[in-house]
Design a protein around this ligand. Structure first.
Ligand SMILES: Cc1cc2nc3c(=O)[nH]c(=O)nc-3n(C[C@H](O)[C@H](O)[C@H](O)COP(=O)(O)OP(=O)(O)OC[C@H]3O[C@@H](n4cnc5c(N)ncnc54)[C@H](O)[C@@H]3O)c2cc1C
Length: 392
């Protein structure tokens, strides 16, 4: 039997997050808009820390972090449901108690210096693979690391690195064997900022919290003990990082779409033109209907991808489908919602334009639309996936 219902526990957790979002985050929305429009981050660091502490006191900490590290170790389905709820506000918030999935490959010393403080929120990491000459084609990276005695010397430049402005350390992917390239010749290094890399912020159309940085490595010396995993095995780690939760990106966008369509419904019922609410016009009704169909489709794509993860299946195909569909549909939906709001939708009186700018990124980062299509079609043509889906 296919069962689309939530268990009582899943519902309780989802409802707890829903209440948290309504009580703690949504009241901050006007202030977030004001701050962002002044070029500041949505929430000051202290306020973000307070909110995370509040959630932690209620036992909400480390959504997918293993229990042995104090986390909740929730399922992928639960993580998706939580992201959908968080997405219903644009207040930039995520629960604390989290570290990059590949940091769990750390050895004992690295565990103490990097993994545990990152989970605790005492240190911040960033993931650095993209370069000016290598984005979609990540195998083409040119940053090098050469061995000198007991150290590695890193030279190169990374770009568009999220969190690169204030990270304490970077997970840096560099070529250690040019002949082998991505197949055994790329290594991942844990590189502290005080080892000598520099970062430069990159202005973007999205909100300040998204602002990435370029990182410059000019003869940065890294102790050999700072190789994460094995020398030459870095590319697989990079792919593991990227694949950690592709379904969570469209999940967050889905929450935003729900809220946006609710705003559009409310507006269309109160705004009158030519003697009647615009909601009476078929053109407006169709925009609402199409958006509802797409939101519902996206919900099941996201949850099905998550369910595949929880079932121990290879979910990459389903995750690519959810990411592609989420990116294109969310952008279409926010555009319709702006249209329904008319001139008001285009102003900064409302957060619609903020969502519009932010959602655009979903079609670009962590695999562009085109790269997802490439992956999906390859999977089909090579017989790794079927158009009949997982039920066969
Ligand atoms: C705000 C932001 C945050 C980011 N955060 C990070 C981060 O934390 N860490 C990190 O390492 N990177 C990060 N990135 C980089 C991001 O992952 C890349 O921008 C993305 O993978 C695309 O690479 P590119 O920009 O070089 O575009 P390109 O690869 O140059 O692509 C340009 C265009 O060509 C298309 N294209 C490319 N190859 C093909 C093909 N084979 N077939 C058809 N079309 C193709 C692309 O889809 C795109 O439309 C971030 C980017 C942004 C904008």
């Amino acid at each position: 039997m296919v069962d689309f219902s939530l268990s009582d526990t899943e519902r309780d957790i989802r409802d707890w997050v829903r209440t948290f979002v309504q009580r703690e985050l949504m009241p901050l929305e006007s202030e977030v808009l004001r701050r962002e429009r002044a070029g500041e981050r949505g929430l000051p660091k202290e306020q973000l820390a307070q909110l995370r502490d509040k959630a932690r006191q209620a036992g909400f900490w480390g959504v997918q972090t293993p229990e042995e590290y104090g986390g909740m170790d929730l399922s992928a389905v639960m993580a998706a449901l939580i992201e959908i709820e968080l997405g219903r506000t644009f207040v930039p918030f995520s629960f604390g108690g989290y570290a990059d999935n590949i940091l769990y490959h750390a050895n004992e010393e690295q565990r103490q210096r990097y993994l545990l403080p990152t989970i605790e929120g005492e240190r911040k990491s960033c993931f650095a693979i993209t370069e000016p000459g290598a984005g979609s084609d990540a195998k083409n990276i040119r940053t090098t690391a050469r061995k000198e005695g007991s150290e590695w010397v890193i030279d190169g430049e990374k770009t568009y690195i999220t969190g690169g402005i204030d990270a304490d350390f970077a997970l840096v992917f560099a070529v250690t064997d040019r002949d082998r390239g991505a197949d055994g010749g790329v290594t991942c290094f844990l590189v502290d900022r005080d080892m000598g890399w520099k970062s430069e912020p990159i202005e973007i159309m999205g909100p300040p919290d998204r602002m990435p940085a370029s990182l410059v490595f000019d003869g940065v010396r890294v102790p050999e003990g700072n190789v994460l995993g094995e020398v030459g095995r870095g590319f697989a780690l990079a792919m593991q990082w990227i694949g950690r939760g592709r379904y969570l990106l469209p999940a967050r966008a889905l929450g935003g779409c729900e809220r946006l369509v609710e705003m559009a419904m409310e507006h269309s019922q109160s705004r009158e033109t030519f003697g009647a609410p615009i909601a009476d016009r078929q053109s407006i009704q169709w925009m609402l209907a199409d958006s509802a169909v797409e939101i519902e489709s996206l919900r099941w794509l996201v949850l099905q991808a998550a369910w595949q993860i929880d079932s121990g299946m290879d979910s990459r195909h389903a995750q690519s489908i959810a990411k592609l569909y989420g990116g294109t549909r969310a952008n279409e939906i926010v555009d319709r919602v702006m249209q329904i709001h008319g001139g008001m939708g285009y102003t900064r009186e409302l957060p619609v334009e903020r969502w519009y700018r932010d959602l655009r990124l979903l079609r670009i980062f962590e695999g562009t639309d085109e790269i997802q299509r490439r992956t999906i079609s390859r999977n089909l043509l090579k017989g790794h996936a079927s158009v009949s889906g997982v039920l066969g």
